[in-house]
Design a protein around this ligand. Structure first.
Ligand SMILES: [Zn+2]
Length: 299
């Protein structure tokens, strides 16, 4: 399988940056932002080259869904298999492309079911030089939250980590939207990282980073593993994205079809609401929200 890519080669030599969107098929701001970057970037202003993939997971995109018809999550099965199912083949092609790059940015959103407070994330790479570049890339992307977590297998970023290629991923809201605000933030973020990495002249911006959190514990990057719904039902959130919340405070309730049975779900962490379910039909075991542990959340 070949991914649909476009490479913008600069007029001078320099590093190779890969920017991908649509690893999940229902995340739209990344796709729109990458198309805008491809249209607006002047190759004459670039040192090196940028490879763009607006929609990595075309099979999932055509279904209007997070995953393709085999139901596998592309962000859990990298590096995939060249002779496997459609998602495994996509993962193999993506992994090969990642290994060809010097730097990697993977753009995401919360998709059709979740919304994520804008963040740049990276793995706490054991090589301090790789980690340092990833921190610089995340800061340059300039979203309010920077989140360093333990590496997780199967991700696009774990392919990059294994190959020693500095990489970040980003999240920007979701809930099936394609907000102009998100597109603009993603275009600006990519341009700022290009400046930071020397592909273009540095871009000067006002610093928008509010929280920088690194959580080295095993599994800390697994954002679907927190505050799970105890039953299948209808979710009524009690908080909004970005709210401060303390351990034991209500995230929301889940009710059955008739509203006769209602269960409360209380936060297991103190921090800010980083991820919140927006699609109200919830299945038992689905995450309702994720809390980012922040030092100043109690204030
Ligand atoms: Zn995603």
């Amino acid at each position: 399988m070949e991914l649909t890519t476009r490479c913008l080669k600069g007029s001078q030599p320099g590093p190779h940056l890969l920017i991908t969107g649509g690893v999940h098929g229902d995340e739209f701001e990344p796709m729109a932002a990458i198309r805008r970057l491809m249209r607006e970037l002047d190759p004459g202003s670039i040192r090196g080259q940028v490879t763009f993939v607006p929609v990595v997971n075309e099979a999932a995109y055509l279904r209007g869904h997070r995953t393709a018809e085999d139901g596998l999550d592309l962000a859990r099965i990298c590096p995939g298999r060249a002779d496997g199912s459609v998602t495994e083949r996509t993962a193999a092609a993506l992994s090969q492309l990642i290994r060809s790059a010097d730097y990697y940015i993977d753009l995401h959103t919360g998709g059709s079911q979740m919304s994520v407070y804008p963040l740049s994330g990276y793995s706490l790479h054991r090589d301090p030089q790789v980690l340092d570049v990833q921190r610089r890339m995340a800061r340059a992307f300039n979203l309010p939250v920077i989140w360093g977590t333990s590496g997780l297998p199967g991700r696009s970023l774990s392919v990059a980590a294994d190959a020693g290629i500095p990489a970040i991923y980003t999240e920007y809201l979701g809930a099936s939207s394609c907000s102009e605000e998100g597109i603009e933030a993603y275009v600006a973020g990519c341009l700022q990282v290009m400046g930071e990495l020397g592909l273009t002249e540095p871009v000067v911006t006002k610093n928008l980073v509010r929280w920088e959190v690194e959580v080295p514990e095993e599994g800390s990057g697994h954002i679907q593993a927190q505050n799970l719904s105890p039953m299948t039902g209808f979710f009524n959130p009690a908080v909004a994205l970005g709210d401060s919340i303390a351990t034991g405070e209500l995230i929301g309730t889940v009710t059955d079809l008739m509203g006769d049975e209602t269960v409360e779900v209380r936060s297991q962490q103190t921090g800010i609401v980083l991820v919140l379910r927006t699609f109200r039909r919830v299945l038992e075991g689905d995450s309702l929200g994720v809390v980012l542990p922040t030092a100043d959340a109690a204030g």
